[in-house]
Write a protein that binds this ligand. Sequence first.
Ligand code: IMP
Length: 438
Amino acid sequence: MIGLQWGDEAKGKIVDLLTDRHDVVVRYQGGANAGHTVVTGGQTYKLSLIPSGILRPNVQCVVTGGVVLNPPSFLAEIDGLVSRGVEVSRNLMISDRAHLIFPWHLVEDRLADGEVASGEAIGTTMRGIGPCYRDKVGRSDAIRLGDLYRENLRDRIERVVAHKNKLLAALAGPGCFEPIEPGKVLGEYQGYAERLRPFVADTTAYLLDALESGRRVLFEGAQGALLDVDHGTYPYVTSSNSSGLGISSGSGVPGRYLQKIIGVVKAYGTRVGGGPFPTEQDNATGQHLRDRGNEYGTVTRRPRRCGWFDAVAARYTARLSGVDSLAVMLLDVLSELAEIKICTAYEIDGRKVNVFPSHVDDLRRAKPVYETLPGWRSEISDVRSIADLPPNARRYLDRLSEVVGREVEIVSVGPDRDQTMFAERSSTGAHDRLQPQR
Ligand code: IMP
């Protein structure tokens, strides 16, 4: 299950619904930059790194080596669940290959974000995600979860801290940086290591065994494909492969095991942070979507930029992620609008373009070419079947599906599990497998 926009597509709800039909749910990239809100049994859970499958006791949740893990925030997430009676001791597993976020990564995120070569800040979530992935690729300053249990941990931390203290003092400027105390970091991380020990495993071996023995595994993408570090709107992206392409590298599971890919989109568009967003509506329409859709970040509470559905972008990411069918979320947010627009092409320097530009400067110049559809102007949050939606709502879904090039299989009209509709038939033949158990 992959988000096809810039994240926040309400993927948590879909994962939660589909979890019933799976034995294992996997989070394989990103970190605590992502946030999932799941509403179940009248209770709202806000999860960040732990898969929302944790709310089902019979599902094994796996956090693989492709993620970056901030131990205190991960432990706080565990504690929050335990305090509400959610079982986490047996059904949560974290890869010893996961890279760890340290206090210096948070400082680096703060110091580096304004210094993007292209001028505009990325507007990161300030969770140290980019700096930790940078160290992962750089190797010399990286520390993985498995390293916490090795005898040379003290040496490792001392070496890294000595290097980071030099770097950060230079970056911050004279007098603006308090050197990091290696002994303090060591003590803290040894404490985290003890608490995390019961969860640590070789998740690659576990997943390969699980798949080879026919267990059903759901891969839960974080962020959205337009934030993919290689294929998104670079450099206004996150630091991992958040499109469907990241599943294998992040989890160690080869593509041959992927049987069905669901692309999740909002019925409109949102983006948090910097970077171009051709269909952005920085006006009353955008504000209406923000208010009605409660478009404020789960993790950072930042107001999200809002706009019309961009089918050029979604078609690109649906193809890129190998998507079979779409889940269209938050359709009810459009209910009050008299007219709804879909961007079906861009105009760049006077030329009509249907292909998503590979360079962010071209995307900045892209003017959306819109099709305008009539709204339905009635509330739909109580509708329980796609056939019962107002004709204009169905027309909007049909057109969206046509321009993206994928069938709509799931439609959501509210946060509750019940406010979800499944298409009657699926050309992929997998519809039955997707119906949640009641
Ligand atoms: P980072 O992942 O914190 O480095 O942030 C990089 C970019 O990705 C920023 O524009 C963030 O706003 C965006 N981003 C990261 N995680 C999410 C998410 O879960 N939803 C939406 N945007 C995100």
